[in-house]
Design a protein around this ligand. Structure first.
Ligand SMILES: *Cc1c(COP(=O)(O)O)cnc(C)c1O
Length: 401
């Protein structure tokens, strides 16, 4: 297959690196991004070809970094549905509210996208052992795809990471460890072990290809909305890879002339108990400080410090979006409400985005005629320990007394 992968580059200091060798961060400590030959791609590829291929993220292969078909690992990721939340929209005074359900992915979260592409590229580059800290879902996804690829995987997560994700990593055969502390503590353990054992570190944004997988959410949204993108996209932001990826997708499409209309306002939502990026946004800073005492029920966005914070802030500001917080009580209430009114059992992180839809309407970031898209990043069933409502036991075995 023709490959359009050109090089890796640093978005801070502009230094470039060869993409044919495994790379972590830039010398200056910044995450590297992937650059494609977009001019040639736009000339040689017709986007109708993408639409004619089977559903899923590999239909966008020319804009992805994996070149050999055998390295395009697939468990059926991508091609997730978009549906409307009409009852919630009318409650919030919005004309159209949509939800893209990333919980339909293999391993029950959008992390499957990053893993399919990240592990596929790691295989292509000949890597034999990968290690990462995780809040839970990334570990589960990378464990599944490394199993498929025949690559060793080491995962370290907080001991209070969701039980399903702990069990998934073990089930897929990853070496799985728990630490007392946060994802940042898990990160220290991984970094030290990688230096000692020569494992390749694949922590969020420490390798450049995970973003490329998550970028496919943006490509799908462009396809699903037939280029007439929603006015705002709300994303529950932890490490920020999803928002950075979607923004990269829209800009690549624009550069190729395949996307002409205005780009959506990118909205980052965080939990009040862990909001480093929102704090930096409010203070007008380009980078976030470590968020002390991070806590929230939404484990996927409990990330006190993110390497890509400056890229999230850039996407939010350049797009005319915003960054805001919601409380755990608001998250839990919206979570339950959505299941009971729309039949959607989403993840708590997705519920944070639902609450944000209401708030950005109140803040006039969007008007009553605008369409808003919420990213539900994972499946509700991964969080059973948080679902407190119980079924009633029939003591007599009968409903009739
Ligand atoms: C990882 C994760 C997030 C945060 O994703 P980032 O792209 O790292 O910001 C949100 N929700 C869920 C369910 C996750 O697993």
């Amino acid at each position: 297959m023709a490959t359009y992968l050109k090089e890796l580059y640093c978005p801070k200091c502009d230094k470039t690196y060869e993409a044919s060798r495994p790379q972590n961060l830039c010398e200056c400590g910044t995450p590297l991004l992937v650059r494609y030959d977009l001019g040639r791609l736009a000339k040689e590829v017709n986007p109708d070809v993408w639409k004619g291929r089977p559903e899923g993220l590999w239909r966008y292969r020319e804009l992805l970094p994996v070149s050999q078909e055998e390295n395009m690992l697939s468990l059926g990721e991508g091609g997730t549905p978009v549906y409307s939340l009409d009852k919630i929209a009318s409650e919030y005074g919005l004309k159209k509210l949509f939800l893209k359900d990333e919980g339909m992915n293999p391993t029950g979260s959008f992390k499957a996208r990053g893993a399919a592409v990240g592990v596929g590229r790691a295989k292509e580059l000949g890597l034999k052992a990968l290690a990462m800290p995780t809040a839970g879902n990334a570990g589960a996804a990378w464990s599944a795809y490394t199993s498929r690829a025949g690559i060793k995987m080491v995962v370290v997560m907080p001991e209070d990471a969701p039980l399903t994700t702990q069990a998934e990593c073990v089930a897929y055969g990853a070496e799985t460890y728990l630490v007392r502390g946060l994802i940042s503590d898990a990160g220290k353990a991984v970094k030290e072990a990688c230096a000692k054992y020569g494992w390749f570190e694949v922590a969020t944004l420490k390798e450049p290809y995970r973003i490329e997988g998550k970028k496919t959410m943006g490509l799908e949204i462009w396809e699903q909305f037939e280029e007439d993108l929603p006015s705002a996209i709300i994303y529950p932001t932890g490490g920020g890879v999803g928002i950075i990826g979607m923004w990269k997708a829209f800009n690549e499409l624009k550069e190729m002339g395949w996307l002409r209309g205005p780009l959506p306002k990118m909205v980052a939502v965080q939990a009040e108990g862990c909001a480093p990026i929102v704090k930096a946004y409010r203070e007008g800073k380009d980078k976030a400080d470590f968020f002390q005492g991070a806590h929230t029920v939404a484990a996927g966005i409990r990330v006190p410090s993110a390497l890509g914070d400056f890229l999230v802030l850039e996407a939010v500001r350049k797009s005319g979006g915003t960054a805001l917080t919601v409380t755990d009580d608001e998250i839990l209430a919206a979570w339950s409400h959505l299941a009971k009114t729309e039949g959607a059992l989403i993840c708590p992180e997705g519920a944070a985005a639902v609450v944000a839809a209401k708030k950005i309407k109140e803040m006039a970031v969007v008007g009553a005629d605008d369409s808003v898209l919420i990213l539900n990043t994972g499946a509700g069933m991964k969080y059973i320990e948080l679902l407190k409502e119980k079924a009633k036991l029939l003591e007599t075995g009968s409903l009739v007394n």
